[in-house]
Design a protein around this ligand. Structure first.
Ligand code: DAL
Ligand code: ZN
Length: 288
């Protein structure tokens, strides 16, 4: 099913049309469910104060039993014989986890319909004809995204976001419209059901560039911009969340445009080791 390139291309071509449709429709049909304050020309404001309950994030396992850092032996190992490198690794992951950056949302692990990040911040670099209510990311991710866009520009590469944060209601409209057009089986290969999209975490962003006319196309991976993204996104804390060849693990087709913020430490490891987020969390026993 994953290799049905022709069908896939048709489906992807409809993504832009559908997102634009949802934007248009959302203003008039169901703006309340999208949390929009304003009319069909976009929200005049988005209420980030009345945020939903943040999911509980379990602690990482602590094989050191919570002992303080410190090489007491002078051998590069702590008194409990845990190499300092491991300690550093654990500390970095704990920090990312405590900020919610390793939150896993997928087909097996949905997020509460009420979840809404508390620190959404507006994104500057967006494609103007897409849904205004999705131009937000969690603050740290938004800053990192701006840095990524700036560095890309310095390298002669234009990158803009198409959609980032999506509420449960927005994702529902999007998924339902794909089902209507393509049928549920096909929709499930490229669009998350409401509650199963990590766009709802405020940590995901879809990007595009002039060479593909700002569409979401799997050809994006072959363009100079797409290659730049694949090679450099990790430096800013982003991973390509749905890589080619890992569809059985992620549950979705290759999406060279979908970036997920996990912080620079985890992003570098995921990039260097060619892992999915699922594999990475499993490898280091992070129970999100
Ligand atoms: N396209 C990804 C899977 C989403 O809808 O979240
Ligand atoms: Zn996406």
């Amino acid at each position: 099913m994953w290799n049905e390139k022709r069908i896939k291309t048709l489906v992807i071509a409809s993504l832009l049309i559908t997102e634009t449709f949802v934007w248009t429709a959302s203003g008039s049909i169901d703006s309340q469910s999208l949390g929009i304050i304003g009319g069909s020309d976009g929200p005049t404001s988005i209420d980030i104060r009345n945020s939903g309950e943040k999911p509980e994030l379990p602690d990482l396992e602590d094989p050191a039993g919570g002992q303080a850092d410190g090489d007491l032996s002078g051998t590069g190992e702590d008194a409990d014989n845990q190499p300092q490198e491991d300690k550093h690794h654990e500390k970095e992951l704990q920090e990312a986890e405590s900020k919610g950056l390793l939150l896993l949302v997928n087909k097996k692990q949905p997020i509460s319909p009420d979840y809404k990040p508390e620190d959404l911040q507006e994104i500057r670099d967006f494609v103007p004809d897409r849904s205004p209510e999705t131009r937000y990311m969690r603050a740290e991710a938004a800053d990192a995204f701006h840095n990524l866009v700036e560095q890309a520009a310095q390298d002669g590469i234009v990158i803009k976001m198409t959609t980032a944060y999506r509420s449960y209601g927005f994702q529902k409209l999007l998924f339902d419209s794909y089902v209507e057009k393509e049928g549920e089986e096909m929709a499930n290969t490229f669009s998350a059901k409401p509650g199963q999209s990590e766009h709802q975490t405020g940590l995901a962003v879809d990007v595009s560039s002039p060479s593909v006319d700002y569409q979401l196309s799997d050809d994006y991976g072959k363009t100079a911009e797409g290659k730049w993204v694949a090679a450099n996104a990790y430096r800013f804390g982003f991973i390509l969340r749905f890589p080619e060849g890992k569809e059985d693990i992620t549950g979705y087709q290759y999406e060279p445009w979908h970036l997920r913020y996990v912080g620079t430490f985890a992003a570098k490891e995921i990039h260097d080791q060619d892992l999915t987020l699922e594999e990475y969390l499993d490898k280091y026993n992070v129970k999100e």
